[in-house]
Design a protein around this ligand. Structure first.
Ligand code: FES
Ligand SMILES: [Fe+2]
Length: 416
């Protein structure tokens, strides 16, 4: 039995994980191997690379990937490992830019935007140039949102994965949106602590005053006074009636795992006097997609453990917890509004980004506080509350996935 299996056996259901899972590089490397490289990760939106040759880098767990627009068609986007096929130098060094081709500054090999090797010098005649193209990553566009798999031979079936929730996103017409701001929060904590925090609002009342004012369900879920509960119930009943004619599906979708990657979506009402996710409850930008009126809804979805989209009727955010090492995670955040909206005339960027920026800074602080505690030898796994059911569900699925991967590795080595 390997060390991970041994650790997994000692985890108690309904409790947080033992410290090794939050701090050991060996556990992190096992996770990378078990599912992280194969699973689909949200890497950005196609509007980040509007013109042929535009690219950005996506970096995860020591891997660097070039995501590039390879042609003029809407879907002409490809992703390659940012590693030269000669002796492995990194090709693109800047986080984003525009290139006519990818050029290696070590010995001057060059590659087409589509990844094929374009030129080399003084190489043996017998070698076939076509075998030395850049190594492709898996790439899927979900209505303009870019998902990557760094090991596509091990990737879950993406279309099957999103099949049961795809219609929930139709009304937002995500493909016709534009990124207006991007922020990378450098989190000094294990990625699972970030995801655990993201999946519960047990900390919202004390940790997020702005989010709590904007989302009345926080106080209602906390049962913070009969008035808060009654007010939200009244609001929610009226809200259900008001959105019924629009035909939107409300509540939580099925939780479905496809080849080990979970996907779900949920829609509910924010609260009275708040038509969107703004500080003052007022509209922030033109309505998205096919939405005809500000409707006080929020739709959020997860695509695997690390990737999320949260949409109000006039803007959305994409969120990815991108693991870098056992103790470091990038929280990559983008804010998007309708493609035709113009800054200044139709929206104020600072106003659109205000709520989720302040909330994410508060989260970063709390998650790092958590990380500093679980680093201590005195840390012991603690029980999840009823408001942390989603976090507890994540941890159960994580443990099952790791156990499955260990068992698969065992049977593989028994065969060999
Ligand atoms: S390592 Fe790139 S050309 Fe040599
Ligand atoms: Fe939070």
């Amino acid at each position: 039995m390997n060390i991970i299996q041994d650790l997994l056996k000692r985890q108690e259901s309904g409790f947080s994980l033992s410290g090794e899972f939050y701090r050991d590089q060996a556990v992190f490397e096992a996770e990378v191997d078990a599912f992280m490289l194969g699973q689909w990760m949200l890497a950005g939106h196609a509007s980040r690379i509007p013109s042929r040759g535009d690219y950005f880098l996506f970096e995860m767990a020591g891997c660097s990937v070039i995501v590039a627009r390879t042609g003029d068609g809407e879907n002409d986007i490809a992703a390659f490992h940012n590693v030269c096929r000669h002796r492995g130098a990194k090709l693109c060094e800047k986080a984003q830019g525009n290139n006519k081709a990818f050029y290696c500054r070590y010995h001057a090999w060059s590659y087409k935007l589509t990844g094929e090797l374009a030129s080399w010098r003084h190489m043996p005649e017998a070698l076939d140039k076509s075998e030395f193209g850049l190594m492709p990553c898996g790439l899927k566009l979900f209505n303009g949102v870019i998902f990557l798999s760094l090991a596509p031979d091990r990737a879950p079936d993406f279309d099957k994965m999103v099949e049961h929730i795809a219609h929930r996103w139709d009304r937002f017409d995500l493909a016709r949106t534009q990124v207006i701001h991007r922020e990378v929060y450098d989190l000094q904590a294990n990625w699972k602590l970030g995801v655990e925090n993201n999946l519960e609002c047990y900390h919202c009342l004390s940790g997020h005053p702005e989010y709590t004012s904007a989302h009345a369900f926080v106080k209602a879920d906390e049962k913070a006074g009969a008035r808060a509960v009654d007010e939200y119930k009244q609001f929610y009943d009226a809200w259900l009636k008001s959105v019924e004619p629009t035909g939107i599906e409300v509540g939580v979708s099925d939780y479905i795992e496809t080849d080990g990657q979970l996907c779900r979506a949920m829609t509910w009402g924010i609260g009275p006097k708040h038509v969107t996710g703004s500080m003052d409850g007022q509209p922030l930008a033109p309505l998205l997609g096919h939405i005809e009126a500000y409707d006080s809804s929020v739709t959020s979805g997860c695509f695997g453990f690390c990737s999320y989209i949260i949409a109000y009727c006039d803007y959305l955010v994409t969120v990815a917890y991108v693991p870098q090492s056992a103790g470091r995670t990038h929280i990559e955040f983008t804010w998007l509004v309708r493609e035709s909206a113009r800054e200044g005339a139709d929206f104020d960027r600072a106003a659109v980004t205000a709520l989720w920026d302040v909330t994410t800074r508060q989260d970063k602080d709390l998650i790092e506080l958590n990380a500093r505690g679980v680093d201590s030898p005195a840390y012991r796994p603690g029980p999840y509350s009823e408001l942390e059911w989603c976090t507890s569900d994540f941890i159960s699925r994580y443990k099952a996935l790791m156990a499955r991967s260990c068992a698969d590795a065992d049977s593989e080595s028994a065969r060999n």
